[in-house]
Design a binder for this molecule. Structure first.
Ligand code: SER
Length: 587
């Protein structure tokens, strides 16, 4: 079975079980500032898991593109992918453990014909926050999994979420495929990383809301959130050792093999294949290399891929050949990769060129250090110097090491690692700060900013013209950020008018109402249709008095009167033809 067929089969199966299909959301969450990327199918659904009704009902299914970069230097090994697809099904306060487990079991054994003997499962062992999940264990037994293949584990293994610091979460039951490898010891079990057991599906019973460290409250409704790893299942079904041998990557790996000839390195080839695919998917979703947030991750992915091309003595211009092969492998799953291939490849090459320039720059600096070392009579380049090359010149330590060796020197890698770790700890602290406040928590403040965004959107169109439509939005508890199409700088006079119009609507204390209708009806009603393909057939339309009407998932405030005073803090270019406004509400 090919990956595309697995995707179709999955969606079809859940549709037959009364689920509605929802489209895959973009890799960069649109209204969630607390995470850089969509890392699971449940991300775009958080507001519905918290109790906000979904316009398509209580049973949903989709295939969701995801990106995970928990530790980017470690991704790209045999078992992990940066970009992957998660097949998912959700119950929003509808079915719970029994139906969920039965459907998963039937799909695996009847639709995919995976022998029941190959399946082991884990369930939650219970602790002070939630009871031992004997209910799930019993259901597993009833469907035919014997007791000795049902394992109990604690939170570390069998609890999922929240995706941020706070939000929906709960005990889960995980489904493992037994690869048939020997047990690594008498204690070998699904929690073991030896490779015998491969996790393929996670069914999370989201009935808790984490509201703070160690604080769990029952959610309004008992939800199910499941995620099946498409790439993993596909290599199992095809009887392959890993995903790089399947049609999703094989063409890319073969191209790298041909290009590298004698200097082929399997691990480097996988890293390149993984990173180039992830980079193309990010570029396709509008991310551009930069030094911050998503753009920085993209930059690192491209640079790391380039480094590994270099490791195999592949001419760096061949990055386009690798990208072409990647598109060839993925175009069936993501046809837009092919339609936009020229643009995507040229962006990739531009970033590679920048990196090559960095390398040249770094080499000059390195030569100075070499000279200094010579003068000082030492054969070691200090960790501090290696770190400076890395931090200031973006020069990777592996390359410093290579160059040092070529010249008969070594580098103090231990000192470098220590400095690197210090630096990492600092940036992690920064990131934790940034992510505090939880994930799309529907807090009063973010909800207020959300409604305010609608007012701003309309005001922009009044002042600048109808072309000034939304191309991105990002809300934190502290501010809103709104990207819109406009060819030139917005003048101070225009900004003042926009601000005045928004404040006027706030003062009018307009009522905000929500209606559900079909997409067609919504368009006919004059609602602004943003990200149309994001929505299913039935959509929510939020109307703010006589001022604005937009298709949107919500949530919103009930009246505009309490929003506070709207103030634009900044107007700047975001990308070609797109401007960005940052604004705040002052209470
Ligand atoms: N959210 C869960 C996971 O990512 C199930 O989809 O594993």
């Amino acid at each position: 079975m090919k990956a595309i067929e697995l995707r179709r089969k999955y969606i079809e199966f859940f549709k037959q079980n009364n689920h509605k299909e929802i489209p895959s959301a973009p890799l960069v969450p649109e209204n969630d500032p607390t995470v850089l990327f969509t890392t699971a199918g449940m991300h775009p659904l958080i507001t519905y898991l918290l109790g906000n009704p979904h316009p398509l009902g209580k049973r949903l299914t989709d295939y969701q593109k995801c990106l995970r970069t928990d530790d980017i230097e470690e991704v790209g090994d045999a078992g992990h992918l940066t970009f992957f697809e998660m097949l998912g099904n959700w119950s929003l306060g509808d079915y719970f453990k029994e139906e969920s487990i039965k459907m998963s079991y039937d799909f695996l054994t009847k639709e995919l014909n995976i022998p029941s003997e190959k399946i082991s499962v884990t369930v939650f062992a219970g602790d002070k926050d939630a009871p031992k999940d004997e209910v799930s264990a019993k259901i597993w037994e009833n469907v035919g999994i014997p007791k000795d293949r049902i394992y109990y584990f604690g939170k570390k293994e069998n609890w999922w979420g929240p995706a941020g610091q706070t939000g929906p979460c709960g005990p889960d039951t995980e489904i493992f495929y037994d690869t048939g490898k020997e047990k690594c010891g008498s204690n070998c079990n699904p929690a073991c990383s030896c490779g015998k057991y491969l996790e393929i599906w996670n069914n999370v019973f989201m009935e808790y809301n984490k509201v703070g460290e160690g604080q769990f409250e029952p959610l309004k409704q008992k939800n199910v959130d499941t995620g099946l790893g498409l790439e993993r299942v596909i290599f199992i079904l095809q009887g392959k050792e890993n995903v790089f041998e399947t049609e999703l990557f094989k063409g890319t790996i073969d191209t790298i093999k041909n290009l590298s000839k004698d200097s082929y390195k399997a691990e480097s080839a996988r890293i390149i294949a993984d990173h180039i695919k992830a980079s193309l998917m990010l570029l396709l979703d509008g991310v551009r290399p930069s030094n911050v947030e998503q753009g920085y991750i993209l930059r690192r992915l491209i640079r790391r891929a380039t480094r590994h091309l270099r490791k195999m003595n592949i001419d760096l211009n061949e990055i386009s050949a690798v990208a072409k092969a990647t598109i060839e492998c993925s175009k069936e799953m993501y046809p837009q990769l092919e339609t936009k291939s020229e643009e995507l490849i040229s962006l990739l090459v531009q970033e590679k060129d920048k990196f090559v320039a960095t390398l040249e720059h770094g080499e000059k600096e390195f030569n100075k250090y070499l000279q200094q070392a010579q003068n000082e009579g030492t054969k070691v380049i200090s960790g501090q110097k290696v770190f400076r090359l890395y931090d200031t010149f973006g020069f990777p330590p592996e390359i410093t090491d290579e160059l040092a060796k070529e010249n008969g020197y070594t580098i103090d890698i231990e000192e470098f690692n220590r400095l690197y770790k210090e630096h990492q700890d600092k940036s992690r602290e920064g990131a934790t700060q940034k992510f505090k406040g939880g994930l799309a928590d529907n807090s009063e403040k973010t909800t207020a900013y959300h409604t305010c965004t609608h007012l701003l959107h309309k005001a922009l169109q009044i002042v600048l013209g109808e072309h000034a439509t939304q191309s991105g939005s990002n809300i934190t508890e502290e501010r809103l950020r709104f990207d819109f199409k406009h060819p030139q700088k917005v003048t101070p006079e225009e900004l003042q008018k926009i601000e005045d119009i928004v404040n006027e609507q706030i003062q009018r204390d307009l009522v905000v109402t929500c209606e559900e209708m079909t997409l067609d009806e919504a368009k006919k009603s004059g609602a602004t249709g943003l990200f149309e393909n994001k929505y299913g057939d039935v959509v929510k339309v939020y109307t703010i008095g006589d001022f604005s009407k937009e298709i949107c998932g919500g949530p919103h405030v009930e009246r505009t009167g309490n929003l506070g005073k709207f103030k634009i803090k900044k107007e700047e270019a975001s990308s070609a033809g797109v401007r960005r406004i940052k604004a705040i509400l002052i209470k």
